[in-house]
Design a binder for this molecule. Structure first.
Ligand code: 2P0
Length: 341
């Protein structure tokens, strides 16, 4: 490779409708279950990677990264360097990297950015290292940084096939999902944007190792995923919503069964889920899903999203100090700008 290569990539966040929770292989990040997500237009990360640039002299140099202008340190930096090592080894290159990442995921949104972050890093690092990867290979690479990042390589509805090894664990667009994804929206209810108490990585490991509720959820999960795929093929939002909410509530139940228990949900989360169920009773398409934090995301139709957002806000705001909400829609896959130097 040339001694000085640089590339920039943009990847969008995604919300899993059918979840990834638990690994079959910790080192390669092979999940126990396949998962299905919607990539979001409004939330994304743009990352520039430069190998061998100023301040990164040869193999002895140290990687440097900034996130929204602030230096990345500690465990977060170790994860970036471990990921860049995979790229360097694959490309047969040496030399430290300069990484600059900007999140337009409003910090305000309180949403995890590891999916968009590692997908953008995969796209930029691979291009900067001179690797020519197709989308499937990029999703396999992004997976090594963070499992959910494999899905952010694709726009709209994406499925991450669990697979059994590095070659077979990749994401791809959901069959028939292209036009249906444009009819969907997700209302994000930001209840708390503080740091989470336990990382999702540690929480899912503890769940797999200790929760008696984990294997039953995995068994249900196959049906949730089959339902979601069939719903997407039929353009059936209600069926997709029912599978989405059941799968998320089940995932959180597996964590509460772990020893010691993990519970990301707060009183405000539970109140929000009940209000989403009330919205459904009032005639809205609305189904709740939650990830490794207290915020509640509501799957709905693009057509009704603004009205639902207002309806939920009016009911939740009086008892939820600092409540913020965000309406999001289906967004695009990874884009990479190559060839700057
Ligand atoms: C998901 N989550 O499917 C699930 C649902 C959280 C709950 O993927 O260990 O940051 O880096 O592979 O991808 C969050 O976990 O975990 C996640 P690692 P990741 O979106």
């Amino acid at each position: 490779m040339s001694p000085h290569r640089k590339a920039t990539a943009t990847a969008h966040a995604n919300i899993a409708l059918i979840k990834y929770w638990g690994k079959a292989d910790e080192a390669l990040i092979i999940p126990r279950t396949s998962s299905l997500s919607l990539t979001l237009d409004e939330l994304y990360t743009t990352t520039t990677v430069e190998f061998g640039g100023e301040g990164a002299e040869g193999a002895g140099g140290t990687d440097h990264a900034t996130l929204d202008g602030a230096p990345v340190t500690g465990r977060a930096m170790e994860r970036i360097t471990a990921f860049l090592d995979i790229v360097r080894e694959r490309a047969g290159i040496r030399g430290a990297a300069q990484v600059a990442s900007v999140n337009t995921v409003p910090t305000a949104a309180g949403l995890a950015s590891s999916a968009s972050g590692f997908a953008a890093l995969a796209g930029a690092a691979a291009a900067a290292a001179g690797l020519d990867l197709d989308d499937r290979d990029l999703s396999r690479l992004a997976r090594r940084g963070s499992g959910s990042a494999s899905r952010s390589v694709f726009g709209g509805l994406a499925v991450w096939n669990a697979g059994t090894d590095d070659a077979t664990s990749y994401a791809e667009p959901v069959a028939g999902g292209q036009s249906f994804s444009d009819r969907l929206a997700i209302v994000v209810l930001v209840l708390d944007d503080g740091p989470k108490g336990i990382s999702s990585r540690e929480a899912m490991r503890r769940t797999v190792d200790t929760s008696p509720d984990y294997e039953p959820w995995v068994a249900h999960h196959a049906r949730h995923l089959a339902d979601a795929r069939a719903a997407i093929a039929d353009g059936d939002l209600e069926r997709l919503g029912e599978a989405t909410e059941a799968n998320a509530l089940g995932m959180h139940a597996t964590m509460r069964g772990a020893v010691p228990p993990v519970d990301y949900l707060t009183a405000a989360s539970r109140a929000a889920v009940q209000t989403v169920q009330a919205a459904r009773d009032a005639g809205f398409p609305a189904w709740a899903t939650m990830d490794a934090g207290p915020n509640v995301k509501v799957l709905t139709s693009a057509e009704q999203a603004e009205a639902l957002n207002s309806w939920l806000y009016d009911r939740l705001a009086p008892a939820t100090p600092g409540l913020r909400t965000l309406v999001t829609h289906a967004g695009p896959g990874l884009t990479v700008e190559k060839g700057q130097s």
